[in-house]
Design a protein. Sequence first.
Length: 108
Amino acid sequence: MQIPLNGFYKARFSTPDGEAGGVIMLTDGKLCGGNGDLMYLGRYTQNADSFSADLVTKRLWVQTSGLLKDDVEIKIIGRAGLNSITCIGSSPQLPDVELKAIFERVPF
């Protein structure tokens, strides 16, 4: 059974360097969101409980620090549940960095 993913999520990203958070909106294969520093833009696919997404981060303000960098392409894969999506990810711009992501549905 395929779980409908359209909705609003709080997002938590972690790497060996630390954690960051933001919000994500999933709508009919499109992903958008962000936090105070970055916006996330991309597309996702779903097959039953399997989830995958390709996204890019874009810096909102000039800044030299932060967990996620600007203009980074990220590929994430994971599993979707009723209220959350748990993923692992990678980026060609950050080849030695392991990324973990958890999206938790925010009801409204």
